[in-house]
Design a protein around this ligand. Structure first.
Ligand SMILES: *Cc1c(COP(=O)(O)O)cnc(C)c1O
Length: 387
């Protein structure tokens, strides 16, 4: 069986986890701040706040930016449901901006058009969440210019893009965003089992997210409202959560981080090989790459240009019958029954829907061999031919 993605764990990773298990702290020890510091350094950003998932980091980011009842958050429909759910956790409403069908990312033109209309009827978003689909950064410079013009904040959902670059800066540097979110789920670029992180240049946003991730409690002298009762003293100042990452996860993350560049390079080499195989096949194309981006290649997506959903379903079934677990990313979020119950209907984002019916993600992970890639590609082209 060839999965579409899987983690790479080596003896160094195992030794790092074992060392924590034998230490004094399983959680709230030294490993989490160490991992945060190392990731911040890698991303060239001053603050990193680890959490137990990207989903909780997205929730913390929305709360820190003040998202609440009556607010609007916009995101891409071509993403995992967590990119949208975070707004609803805060009591806000969510809306979707259609994608550029060639890259799978939020279309800046559609965003601008939607903003212009929203400005007229007083329904501008408080936060926009662009999603760096498959590992390629969105056009952040242009989105940030729109943010200044229309007055919204930006959370990058960079769950796919850990280790990628935009304009030669690491994704996560927050040059064009208030907060950037990473996921460390095992199918992503580096893993902690479950885990996520919020990166920011703002000391205030970082400290708000730190407090909210641990029950809304603080014990830092400079943050206390009342006079301290003594060294045991802490204060709950707002309603927070237990969204903490533990030391076992952080030790794995730190060990994985040392291999991040190597993983991303391997993914790029594998992508190059897929691209060279694709060259001679008419009717199938890869996603368009923007020259400003260094893709971390969480996913390698092919688009069957003439396809409708029946061809796609046939191809996925044929590949799975051969043990190749091609996957589809993504069902447009608003087509989920939960979102349809909230009033969204098919046809809302036509490009996202066409994209969904024409694409599939081929297996891609650092240990994939070129023989396996050739096999995948052979079965893909055969399945298309026999349809
Ligand atoms: C995986 C993923 C998430 C959620 O990540 P978790 O760490 O599993 O909570 C959010 N957004 C996108 C785009 C993802 O791919």
């Amino acid at each position: 069986m060839i999965p579409y993605g899987r983690q790479s764990i080596d003896d160094g990773d195992i030794a790092s986890v074992l060392a924590v298990l034998k230490s004094d702290w399983l959680t709230q020890g030294p490993a989490v701040p160490k991992f945060e510091l190392a990731m911040a350094k890698h991303c060239n950003v001053p603050h990193a706040v680890a959490s137990n998932s990207a989903t909780s980091a997205l929730h913390l980011a929305c709360l820190a930016l003040g998202v609440t009842r009556g607010d609007l958050v916009w995101t891409s429909p071509n993403s995992f449901v967590a990119s949208a759910n975070c707004a609803l956790y805060c009591g806000a409403d969510v809306d979707f901006v259609d994608i550029d069908i060639h890259s799978g990312n939020m279309s800046v033109e559609s965003l601008e058009e939607k903003l212009r209309a929203a400005a007229k009827n007083n329904s501008l978003p408080k936060v926009v969440i662009p999603v760096h689909f498959a590992g390629q950064s969105c056009q952040m410079e242009r989105i940030a210019a729109l943010a200044r013009e229309y007055g919204f904040a930006i959370i990058e959902d960079a769950s796919h893009a850990v280790g990628g670059k935009y304009q030669n800066q690491p994704v996560g540097s927050c040059q064009y965003a208030d907060i950037c979110i990473f996921s460390f789920h095992p199918v992503k670029i580096v893993t902690t089992g479950e885990g996520g992180m919020a990166l920011t240049r703002s000391e205030t946003l970082a400290s708000t997210m730190r407090q909210l991730r641990s029950h809304g409690v603080t014990n830092r002298a400079e943050h206390l409202i009342n006079e301290s009762h003594g060294p045991w003293y802490y204060e709950q100042q707002t309603l927070g959560f237990n969204y903490r990452m533990n030391d076992i996860e952080a030790a794995l993350g730190l060990s994985q981080l040392h291999k991040l560049n190597q993983f991303v390079m391997a993914r790029n080499q594998l992508a190059e090989h897929y691209l060279s195989l694709l060259k001679n096949v008419p009717g199938i194309s890869a996603l368009q790459q923007h020259p400003d981006c260094y893709n971390s290649y969480h996913l390698f997506v092919v688009r069957m240009l003439q396809s409708d959903q029946s061809l796609q379903r046939h191809v996925v079934a044929a590949l799975r019958a051969e043990g190749i677990f091609a996957q589809i990313h993504y069902i447009p979020i608003y087509l989920q029954p939960f979102y349809q119950q909230r009033g969204f209907t098919p046809g809302y984002c036509p490009n996202a829907e066409r994209y969904y019916s024409q694409t599939l993600s081929l297996p891609l992970f650092p240990e994939l061999t070129s023989d396996q890639q050739n096999f995948v590609f052979d079965r893909l082209t055969t399945a298309i031919k026999h349809c």
